[in-house]
Design a protein around this ligand. Structure first.
Ligand code: ADP
Ligand code: MG
Length: 347
């Protein structure tokens, strides 16, 4: 199924920018001026602060286009930025998108990427207000900056966790890493025998967690409705262990978690065993979950204890007591950040 291919040179840089940004409208009152001038204009209410974050994704380093469709890549690139804004307890309002394109990419391909970006803008209610387009000699480069707002008193940093706080995590962990493992295996199968169709049905959940992560803005809005301000927060991009150690470092306290409290989906479990991986290791050191890790004071526990998607995995204690996990077998082991790069190298 050969698809239509229009060279970017046929359209020119400005033609391309026009085409890909046409469908975007400004929806937030904070977005005063968007695409089309030398710079965009944003404003914010008195007393609100701007929260700004950037993420850069390089083909071959952060993504592999042989298994992530461009439309998903566009969505994911926005979602990971929104996740960082969420982790500050802020509300995302605008993004800018910088792309570097090699001549491998057609106008139709860039269009697909922007369809994903558009879907994410609609989903998270953010406005695309600008960006930059250049040529690249090394595949696709995609860098997104997101801007969010929040009242100063409601911003949550990594540094506020206090002794006896409860450690909370949203959703489930390790699935995105397992999903990547599945996709990499299917790619190898395909490279060996291009007539083989990937068998992904059985792995639908974990694959979707890898290809289409969702930033937890739903949780940020629910916490606000419940009048809960976490004492510290971070999003889980590099694996739970690494993020716990960041909270520990920044808050000058130690984290104690329980292995049997870690939220792991059944499909993650089953697939991990199939690949002879330890599900707990995947939850601790896998990457790209984009769930929220936060701490709350004990007083707030009552309000959250029956929440369908927030799990209580441990508590905060004195820095001198050390960062540990109590295993299912009752042993206490130190928490170590291996992170996701480490896991990639191991394979
Ligand atoms: P300048 O030369 O001032 O950098 P450009 O010609 O690069 O301006 O961009 C023109 C307009 O299009 C600007 O508003 C810019 O923010 C926007 N823009 C350029 N590239 C992109 C892109 N990839 N995605 C979204 N907006 C873009
Ligand atoms: Mg420019």
């Amino acid at each position: 199924m050969e698809e239509k291919r229009t060279e970017i040179n046929d359209l020119g840089e400005f033609g391309l920018i026009d085409k890909i940004t046409k469908g975007f409208a400004l929806t937030n009152k904070e977005s005063v001026l968007g695409v089309g001038d030398d710079a965009a204009i944003v404003k914010n209410d008195d007393g609100e602060q701007l929260v700004v974050t950037s993420d850069m994704l390089l083909e071959g380093v952060h993504f592999d286009l042989s298994y992530i469709p461009l439309v998903h890549l566009g969505f994911k690139a926005v979602a990971v930025n929104v996740s960082d804004i969420a982790a500050m307890n802020a509300i995302p309002k605008q993004i800018t998108v910088n792309i570097g394109l090699s001549n491998r990419f057609s106008v139709e391909a860039v269009d697909m990427l922007y369809q994903g970006i558009k879907a994410a803008c609609d989903h998270y209610k953010v406005d695309l207000i600008g960006g930059d387009t250049t040529s690249s000699s090394s595949g696709l480069v995609l860098s997104i900056t997101a801007i969010g707002v929040q009242k100063e008193a409601s911003i949550v940093k990594r540094s506020g966790a206090a002794e006896n706080d409860i450690i909370c995590v949203t959703g489930d962990l390790g699935a995105a890493y397992i999903g990547l493992t599945v996709l990499e295996r299917e790619k190898q199968v395909y490279l060996t025998n291009p007539n083989m169709q990937p068998q992904l049905d059985k792995y639908d959940y974990v694959v979707q967690r890898q290809l289409k992560p969702d930033a937890r803005m739903d949780i940020i809005h629910e916490l606000a409705e419940l009048n809960i301000k976490p004492s510290s927060m971070i999003d889980i991009s590099d694996g739970l262990a690494s993020e716990l150690l960041h909270l520990s470092d920044n808050s000058k306290v130690a984290m104690a978690i329980y292995e049997d409290k870690l939220p792991i989906d059944k499909q993650t479990y089953d697939t991990a065993y199939e690949f002879q991986l330890d599900p707990t290791t995947c939850a601790l050191n896998g990457g790209e979950d984009y769930e929220l890790l936060f701490t709350i004071s004990q007083e707030d526990f009552e309000k959250l204890k029956n929440h369908r998607d927030i799990h209580f995995i441990g508590y905060v204690r004195n820095l001198k007591e050390g960062n540990v996990m109590q295993t299912k077998g009752g042993n206490t082991v130190p928490l170590q950040a291996q992170g996701w790069d480490h896991m990639k190298k191991e394979k």
